[in-house]
Design a protein around this ligand. Structure first.
Ligand code: IPM
Ligand code: MN
Length: 342
């Protein structure tokens, strides 16, 4: 079979470290499952600006055009939002699943996060991130503005993806909205209209402020959470606290052709960059989502099982604050342990 083409965009901070870790494991799993990965590197963000005078260079776009998936590290500024927009990666899937051996790392009591399995479906190419914005002035002074604008069609489109996901899972779709203050963004009605085609899914509209509280009080009650761009961004960091470290979570950003960008949900972590101690599991989780998107289920399963075994043996990167019987490891050691378990 022909090789899968990956574009790796390492970015800055811990980005290069976690991307290398992820690719090493993907290459080994490809060997074991008898498929091939071809990796090409591309620049984006501050580094691209320094080297090529553009945050999102044309060559990066051209490489991505020919790829089957983008593995992304992290950037501090510039380029990422443009890349998401360029490829219309409207559907951002952020699974928040607890690990059995890490329940005690949660900010909540372990029993509150046991078997936790939430999927945040975040709209990624519209809303306040992309609405009319600027700095301007009037008689009262200088002001700045960002507009939370959604076309009904944009809400319907992400609603359909979220409904499909809920149908495949436990059938509950919680819709984050803020209609008591923002009545012109009628997420509830639009999602309910789309839901007519999904009779097995229960729609539960929830004000996003209350939703944030409920995620802390009783996270196990949630199945799929649908949110606009900004609300989804905020709720997914909360998800990091639920599972013990934001370093564990990965995400897939997919367009309507099924082409996607795969990245951890954490940032560049400048405080630990270059030290070789970053947690690669977030980017690896994103890599697993890419394999699943390609239909490489066996390869995805291998990685997930290896990860479970390594965590069960007590190996932890520093973000998980290993204690007592647990063993502190750096990125490289964790990767080697994972390779042995694949
Ligand atoms: C994320 C990040 C980005 C976002 C930043 C880097 C623009 O926080 O992917 O969650 O807000 O979408
Ligand atoms: Mn974020």
């Amino acid at each position: 079979s022909s090789p899968y083409r990956i574009v790796a965009i390492s970015g800055e901070g811990i980005g290069p470290e976690v991307v290398e870790a992820c690719l090493t494991i993907l290459q080994e799993v490809a060997r074991l499952e008898a498929f091939t990965l071809e990796v090409q590197y591309a620049l984006l963000g501050a580094i691209a600006w320094e080297k090529m005078g553009s945050y999102l260079p044309e060559v990066t776009i051209e490489l991505c055009d020919r790829a089957d998936g983008i593995v992304f590290g992290a950037v501090t500024q510039g380029g990422l939002l443009e890349l998401r927009k360029h490829f219309d990666f409207f559907c951002n899937l952020r699974p928040i699943r607890s690990f059995n051996s890490l329940l005690h790392k949660s900010s909540l009591k372990p029993e509150k996060v046991k078997q936790l399995d939430i999927l945040i479906v975040r709209e990624l190419v519209s809303g306040i991130y992309f609405g009319p914005s600027g700095r301007a002035s009037d008689e009262k002074g200088i002001y700045g503005y960002h507009t939370m604008r959604y076309y009904d069609e944009e809400i319907r489109r992400i609603a359909c993806t979220a409904l499909q996901q809920a149908e495949k899972r436990r059938g509950l779709l919680t819709v984050a909205h803020k209609e008591n203050a923002l009545p012109h963004l009628p997420w509830t009605r639009l999602v309910q209209e789309e839901a007519a085609k999904f009779p097995s899914v229960i729609i539960e509209p929830m004000l996003v402020d209350n939703l944030a509280m409920q995620m802390v009080l009783n996270p196990q009650r949630f199945d799929v959470i649908l949110a606009g761009n900004l609300f989804g961004d905020i709720l997914s960091d909360l998800g990091g606290a639920l599972v013990g470290s934001i370093g564990l979570l990965g995400s897939a950003s997919i367009n309507s052709n099924g082409f996607g960008l795969y990245e951890a949900i954490h940032g560049t972590a400048p405080d630990i960059a270059g030290k070789g101690i970053a947690n690669p599991l977030g980017t690896l989780a994103a890599g697993v989502l890419m394999l699943e998107q390609w239909g490489e289920k066996a390869a995805a399963r291998r990685i997930k099982q290896a990860q479970e075994r390594v965590l069960a043996k007590g190996y932890r990167t520093a973000d998980l604050f290993p204690q007592k019987e647990e063993i502190l490891v750096n990125t490289e050691t964790l990767v080697n342990l994972l390779l042995e378990e694949l």
